[in-house]
Write a new protein. Structure first.
Length: 304
């Protein structure tokens, strides 16, 4: 029986990977959280992974405190260790064990309105083709995005050493909260909590991107593996891009919440890290997932 090692198994995505892979495959699934493998202890990463002798490694770990990463040097250094430096050792462990490696990256490797196609072309060219494709040149505009790109680059450096890898870029995750104490609430969960105490809320009417249901992401990850897709970079997200305001409106409609929603500029919520106003990931390689609205409806019925 083949062994799958899931790193970050108690996180939001890791939990869904574990639940769905156990339920939909014949693999022996081995869940690792930070007590099993501390990515900051990088000298031990290869040896600890090699004890398992996995056939497949899925890395669902990540540093994702976007604003802290931007504001504090120590946090930026921590983000680089987890999102970038650790990838070199995880990749080496995969090579040593002849294992396939799956790693998740972010739409924040792109910078939206600050990306160009050429010297004279604006980012509107990306909109015309449905978003940033897997082959477009990354252009992050915040430090978190830089660390995610650095992680991708660490894996790409190992291609010549026969690393078998899938880099899956995704965006705006939502779904059941993981078991980890550090697992974050999604945008939809935050909005549900806020609406309990307020008659009206302000929601940013900018930052067009795509929402991704962690259950759908986990299942398509398994499909990629079962179908033995070519190694490389893939974009996985639910269909139909949306801004935060439209997402909040759909959430309140589905839950019949009467709280008033005011569309506002991002300037009303100053944050240390700049966000892309456009970071839609175009999926050019895989079958399209259902719309985020359909996924959200399922999530609310099943988990809320």
């Amino acid at each position: 029986m083949k062994k799958i090692l899931i790193l970050g198994s108690n996180g939001n995505l890791g939990g869904q990977l574990f639940d769905n892979i156990v339920g939909l495959s014949d693999f022996q699934v081995i869940p690792y959280d930070r007590t099993d493998l501390n990515l900051l202890e990088q000298d031990s990463i290869v040896s600890k992974i090699s004890k398992v002798k996995p056939d497949l490694i899925i890395n669902a770990t990540a540093y994702n405190a976007v604003d802290k990463c931007e504001e504090f040097d120590d946090e930026f250094k921590l983000a680089k260790k987890i999102n970038a430096d650790a990838l070199k050792y995880i990749g080496k462990a995969a090579i040593k064990n002849n294992a396939v490696l799956v790693h998740y990256s972010s739409d924040y490797v792109f910078g939206g309105d600050e990306c160009t196609v050429g010297d004279d072309d604006s980012f509107l060219k990306f909109k015309e083709k449905g978003g940033f494709t897997e082959d477009d040149v990354p252009c992050p505009i915040n430090k978190y995005g830089i660390t995610k790109l650095m992680g991708e680059e660490e894996l790409l450096k190992l291609k010549d050493k026969n690393l078998k890898y899938y880099i899956i870029r995704t965006s705006k995750l939502f779904g059941p909260k993981g078991k980890s104490n550090e697992a974050k609430d999604s945008f939809f969960d935050l909005m549900l909590n806020i609406s309990k105490d307020k008659k009206e809320v302000n929601v940013v009417s900018e930052e067009l991107s795509c929402f991704t249901y962690t259950k759908d992401l986990a299942i398509q990850t398994l499909d990629i593996l079962n179908n033995k897709e070519d190694f490389g970079i893939y974009h996985v997200r639910n269909s139909e891009p949306a801004i935060w305001y439209d997402a909040a409106r759909e959430l309140f409609r589905l839950k019949n919440i009467k709280t008033k929603i005011n569309p506002v500029s991002s300037d009303l919520f100053p944050r240390p890290a700049k966000r892309p106003k456009y970071s839609v990931l175009a999926n050019t390689k895989l079958p399209a997932l259902r719309t985020w609205k359909d996924a959200l409806e399922e999530y609310l019925k099943k988990y809320n």
